[in-house]
Write a protein that binds this ligand. Structure first.
Ligand code: SF4
Length: 290
């Protein structure tokens, strides 16, 4: 199997995560928190733990500015992903404000950025994010509205209700907010309930549970202990999980115009590389293809 390699760039300490998808699409991720207090069982970055800061509050903006000229891709074709291996709104962010400092710089530089969080602290930055307009995309991650299941899979994350309320709050404040039903987990995710719980205008994407096997760069034995399948006593292969997901996509379809089902990560990952960031069209694939 092959994964998209990270770009090696020794000059970068904060913007250490770089990945090239095409000449027109680069990712650059400032990484500044180590580990993640939310401790989700399915975390493919294996970040579960007490979050610590890798940079100081009064230095991070200057370091970001100093490293910007050295990123590998053109800035106009680069999407900055805040703290991609952990959550940018872990509890420590309240004190350190590293995420906020970076958003301020991204806004000043008029750069595109996104982040995925389960943290309600993001509400603190609503006005700043709203000022960034379409250049900022705040992604709130939630796999199910079932609070008992949330407790089982999402460790110390805010409840489903708190995250749904966060989406409403950000939307009302004018933030470009979206719901990520990822990972979509068989027998756990209730897609229709999730869609019905958020404002109709909020874009939503669905992405299946990554069983870890396809991401050899992040997969090790710890992943097996913390996998969602062990929590629920289920053992799905990648294909089985993907087939259930595709059947769900076909059953529900695009019940909203502003939603999309992401193509599953498949065992033939090299071939599926481009499909992964493409869209799965309901009714166009049968589960047996996966
Ligand atoms: S919030 Fe994200 S980074 Fe943190 S443990 Fe959960 S999946 Fe991992």
């Amino acid at each position: 199997m092959k994964v998209i390699p990270r770009v090696e760039n020794q000059q970068l300490k904060l913007l250490a995560f770089e990945r090239k998808y095409s000449d027109m699409f680069w990712l650059s991720g400032p990484e500044y928190y180590n580990l993640c207090d939310f401790r989700c069982v399915y975390c493919i970055t294996e970040s579960q733990g007490k979050g610590t800061a890798m940079f100081k509050t009064d230095e991070i903006a200057d370091i970001f500015r100093a490293e910007l000229p050295y990123i590998s891709g053109p800035k106009e074709h680069t999407l900055f992903v805040l703290n991609p291996a952990s959550d940018p709104y872990i509890p420590l962010e309240e004190e350190m404000q590293l995420t906020r400092k970076l958003i301020e710089v991204l806004h000043e530089e008029d750069l595109k950025f996104t982040f995925c969080t389960k943290g309600t602290l993001v509400k603190r930055d609503a006005e700043l994010l709203a000022a960034c307009g379409e250049k900022a995309k705040a992604i709130i991650s939630l796999s199910t509205t079932d609070e008992e299941k949330v407790k089982q899979i999402d460790g110390k994350s805010p409840s489903a209700q708190e995250r749904i309320e966060t989406i409403h709050y950000l939307h009302e404040k004018g933030v470009n907010v979206c719901l990520s039903i990822a990972p979509w987990i068989p027998e756990v995710s209730d897609t229709e309930n999730l869609l019905n719980s958020i404002p109709e205008e909020v874009f939503t994407y669905v992405q299946p549970l990554d069983m870890g096997d396809a991401f050899e760069e992040t997969f090790d034995n710890r992943r097996k202990q913390f996998s969602a399948r062990s929590v629920f006593g289920k053992k799905y292969t990648v294909s089985e999980a993907n087939r259930i997901y595709v059947a769900e996509c076909n059953r529900i379809g695009n019940i909203r115009s502003n939603m999309e089902w992401r193509y599953p990560i498949t065992a033939d990952y090299e071939d599926a590389q481009h499909k992964y960031i493409q869209i799965l069209k309901p009714g166009k694939h049968s589960p047996e293809e996966f």
